[in-house]
Design a protein around this ligand. Structure first.
Ligand code: AMP
Length: 302
């Protein structure tokens, strides 16, 4: 089955306690589609500017991502600048330049419209909804967002959320969106906006899923060296949606397994800057870490 994603394709400038990267390949849709490409066919909808090098497009193609929906517009590519201090769970945005995204009108290629799995990666909620309106009859729609849009386009975001099955957001953003400090209560409020399932990403503390089947908790894989957390959330979502699209099974047990595959992809991504770890990653390594995850969380009644 195929998976459609709309989101940002970006140049990121990132500073962590361990180093600095300037104008490297980033963006929510880039991380998402690369992670998902290890599991399923991915169709990408986004826009880049004239300054976007062909080598980056070639990388996406090398992962067999369909880039027919990646438009090139006159102007500059989206740029994001962020900093992490020793608490790597918290990204501090220093600058966001929408550039070509400010006037982007997504045109979904005809062959994308049948996509059964859709991911609305972090981008203007108006664009997320425009994409959704052009897709015929998706089986599952998931969505991500961030404080930039919660603060800047709350009304539009709530409109988009009416059509979303699963929302994945960070812990702080869940509190901000619901205006509720307690996460369990925050989840209830957010589920009343439309989504049937909420996945709260908690950085190195893992994730929590809330739905009418109850609550599921997954740890993050304990790593000795976390280099750059940028894209962890999108890689998580890519592994999660990629696995669901591959298996076509939306039973609660399979969704739990998908969360672990998402956590596996996020754990690889943070090991290096930008998408560098994804460039060398193999499926055998993904399977190995999945097995370690199982051991990490397994216990029995004696
Ligand atoms: P995350 O997975 O949450 O770490 O997302 C990181 C990616 O989100 C970076 O590569 C940024 O380019 C992208 N990003 C940051 N701010 C925004 C925004 N306001 N809209 C869309 N994408 C963004």
């Amino acid at each position: 089955m195929s998976l459609l994603v709309v989101g940002s394709v970006a140049f990121d400038s990132v500073e962590t306690p361990f180093g600095k990267a300037e104008e490297v390949l980033g963006g929510s849709a880039t991380y998402f589609s690369t992670a998902a490409s290890f599991f399923t066919d991915v169709k990408l909808v986004a826009v880049v500017g004239e300054d976007f090098p062909e080598a980056h497009v070639d990388f996406l193609k090398s992962r067999e991502i369909d880039v027919n929906g990646l438009q090139k517009a006159s102007g500059k590519t989206f740029r994001w600048k962020g900093r992490y201090d020793f608490d790597l769970n918290q990204a501090h945005t220093l600058d966001t330049q929408l550039n070509v995204f400010a006037s982007f009108k997504p045109q979904i290629p005809e062959k994308y419209k049948d996509a059964e799995y859709v991911f609305l990666a972090n981008i203007d909620p108006v664009l997320q909804l425009e994409v959704l309106k052009q897709v015929k009859k998706p089986k599952l729609v998931a969505c991500d967002t961030m404080n930039f849009w919660i603060e800047g386009k709350l009304h539009e975001l709530k409109e988009t959320l009416k059509y979303v099955d699963i929302l994945t957001i960070n812990e702080g953003e869940a509190r901000e969106l619901s205006k509720e400090p307690n996460l369990v209560k925050a989840a209830k409020t957010i589920l009343s906006f439309g989504p049937k399932t909420l996945i709260v990403k908690r950085g190195e503390y893992g994730s929590l899923m809330f739905s009418n089947s109850g609550i599921f908790a997954a740890p993050a894989y304990p790593l000795e060296s976390v280099f750059d957390p940028t894209g962890a959330g999108d890689s998580f979502a890519g592994g999660f949606m990629g696995y669901l699209s591959n298996t076509g099974n939306l039973a609660d047990g399979n969704i739990r397994q998908a969360i672990i595959f998402g956590s596996v992809m996020a754990s690889f991504n943070v090991e290096e800057f930008s998408l560098n770890r994804m460039k060398t990653l193999t499926y055998a390594e993904i399977e190995q870490r999945y097995t370690s995850f199982k051991r990490l969380t397994h216990f029995e009644d004696l």
